[in-house]
Design a protein around this ligand. Sequence first.
Ligand code: AHG
Ligand code: MN
Ligand code: MN
Length: 301
Amino acid sequence: MKLLEFLQKSGCEANLARLMGEIIPRTVVKISDAIGKQGGELAGSENVYGEKQLALDVQANEIVVDELKKSGLVERLASEELEEAVAVKSSGQFTVVFDPLDGSSLVDVNFAVGSIFGVYPGGNPIGKTGDDQVAAAFAVYGPHTTLVITTKKGTHEFRLADNEEFYLTRENLRVAEDSKHFAPGNLRAAAEREDYLKLVNEWIKNGLTLRYSGGMVPDLNHIFLKGNGIFTYPGYSKAPDGKLRLLFECNPMALLMEQAGGASSDGKTRILAKKITELHQRTPIYIGSKKTVEQIENYLS
Ligand code: AHG
Ligand code: MN
Ligand code: MN
């Protein structure tokens, strides 16, 4: 079944169905094409985090901005690659937030990369929480281009076909309560944090299988598709809140994860319950199988 048809049949509100079933998929097709034509060349600029931008980061960002502006559905947009939010149309219905290219440092080595999208009703997301999102999605640019989507009616996977349409490949992805796989991000933190070192050692002792690519999108996609696992990215002295961004990366992933039966936390608080205070706010994150996330909350000091 085609993505748009799936959303319409599931009773998704018409404009949201168009945004998630037509506009965002179109940006993903275009970004996928751009990735196929380019390597990891630098753009010569830096983003608000002081990270060097790839030409592809800039291009992917422009693709999403253009399509969202043309859609007529969007009141405001905010991107990991833009310092400020952009006011698009006062009568627009949604604010779309996105990481146009996640895993930029993996482009030159031809690893899978992705895009991440979150959708809020109305205008400014500041002061809201991730629970306010009405939809979220990520795209994986791997051997196949796939989209994993939620409109708060479960989490589903679609695959891009030759005709530039996405077709349902996995309906209602479910993430089991216990993890058999672990994806420990920012292991640098284990050099100074005894608690994180112990946690990772527990997983090694318990025979969990390591699956870590260095890209949040493929690493979480693994958990969604295998149906269990844990991804972590804690803070440490050099970056007390870690690296990953609440609005652009963690909230969309947290919504998709909860809709698949999993959980996510910053170590104390559910990611989706955290108040958004700044566009570029960072947060530690522990996300995946529910019981493992609970164990982490009890374990971390
Ligand atoms: P981005 O390319 O959008 O800046 O994000 C990359 C992120 C994420 O995909 C990954 O989990 C994390 O960076 C890995 O970071 P480090 O290898 O720097 O710890
Ligand atoms: Mn990212
Ligand atoms: Mn990015």
